[in-house]
Design a protein around this ligand. Structure first.
Ligand code: GTR
Length: 349
């Protein structure tokens, strides 16, 4: 009896050991699969060895749009610099939601990274609004020296406390007005037009200073709003006007390039807090190094988009002398000048 019990006990011990061994193998292979398939912020496995952490980056533009090209270069560089400790998967085409929903999720940490325009960021850092002041920058190269340098980093730092961490700026050229109604040659022609704007007080102020009425709306809703007459116009750069097909429904494009707001690469604070200081530096380096590739793609698509919309029948109303437009937005400087004075000096001196 004793012998039988002893054998049973031994068999149980062997079974237990086999089961444990099997489990640990499964667990580690599951971990690797899991972190590749879904997002995970755990930097270490249960054994303490390092594994790949997969992060998702939300992008609202299509696959071959310049910001997506920048995101992918950032992803490539992060993977390379961290020796594969981090992998970033880019979800383009708004798969993860519209810009403001994505921003909320990034704040919550349910999406780890995103690329957004700087205008919607104004609701989290007033200071960042300075980048959307009309006719702020005269010289593109000087602008990029500032944005890629200390002033740019200082501005991104003003997001602190909003659960968003700004990593670098991407090019978004200049925004101009387009509409379904008529050729707009001067600010007076804007009177009474219903214009879609991004979700920002400053964007509303600018459009109102021009005598038009501003309707804040998500980017993904603009095409049908133009088509159905809910709005009569919008504003954006050539690449967005083209790839969103807005040119299909709003063919009068006035080249008054009134706003040079850049794009921004953003990390969630909760993701950021889980990254080691060394790796944070590598992320920042990767973000800044990806800017050149993004800007090159930007310049290329801007040309192509301009040609393509003209080819498709858009009417470009060329504005050579911007002085009337600059005068018309003066009330915006009267309203925001004090608030932004110091930043304007830093960015343009
Ligand atoms: C684009 C920008 C998008 C989005 C869009 C908009 O230029 O790249 O992220 O902000 O404008 O007007 O909503």
């Amino acid at each position: 009896m004793k012998k039988k019990l002893g054998l049973l006990l031994m068999a149980l011990i062997v079974l237990f050991l086999v089961a444990c061994g099997g489990d640990s193998e499964d667990a580690s292979s599951n971990d690797t699969g899991g972190s590749e398939d879904s997002s995970s912020n755990d930097t270490e496995s249960s054994e303490g060895s390092e594994e790949t952490v997969t992060l998702r980056l939300a992008e609202n533009h299509p696959e071959d749009y310049p910001t997506t090209i920048g995101d992918k270069e950032f992803a490539r560089l992060v993977e390379e610099k961290t020796d594969g400790r981090y992998k970033i998967e880019v979800y383009s085409g708004g798969q993860l939601g519209e810009e403001s929903d994505v921003l909320e999720q990034v704040q919550l940490g349910t999406i780890e990274l995103t690329r957004v325009n700087a205008i919607p960021l104004t609701q989290f850092s007033n200071d960042i609004g300075v980048l959307s002041m009309p006719y702020l920058f005269d010289d593109e190269e000087a602008k990029w020296e500032k944005l890629n340098g200390d002033v740019g980093q200082e501005l991104l730092g003003t997001l602190e406390g909003s659960n968003l961490v700004g990593l670098a700026f991407y090019d978004s050229g200049e925004r101009s007005f387009y509409n379904t109604e008529r050729p707009i040659t001067s600010p007076e022609d804007m009177k009474g037009l219903k214009i879609r704007v991004q979700n920002s007080e400053l964007a509303i102020s600018i459009v109102e200073a021009l005598g038009a009425s501003a309707t804040p709306m998500e980017y993904g809703e603009v095409y049908s709003a133009l088509q159905t007459g809910v709005i009569e116009g919008a504003e954006n750069n050539f690449p967005s006007y083209y790839t969103s097909n807005h040119y299909d429904v709003a063919k009068y494009f006035t080249t008054n390039g009134y706003q040079g707001t850049p794009e921004v690469l953003i990390a969630s604070q909760s993701t950021w807090d889980k990254i080691s200081d060394e790796d944070k530096e590598l992320f920042k380096e990767a973000a800044l190094e990806s800017v050149d590739v993004q800007r090159e793609a930007w310049a290329k698509l801007t040309e192509e988009a301009r040609d393509a919309v003209v080819e498709a029948g858009s009417e470009l109303i060329e504005v050579d002398d911007l002085s009337a437009w600059r005068d018309a937005v003066q009330p915006v400087y009267d309203e925001y000048g004090d608030q932004y004075g110091e930043w304007i000096d830093k960015l343009t001196e």
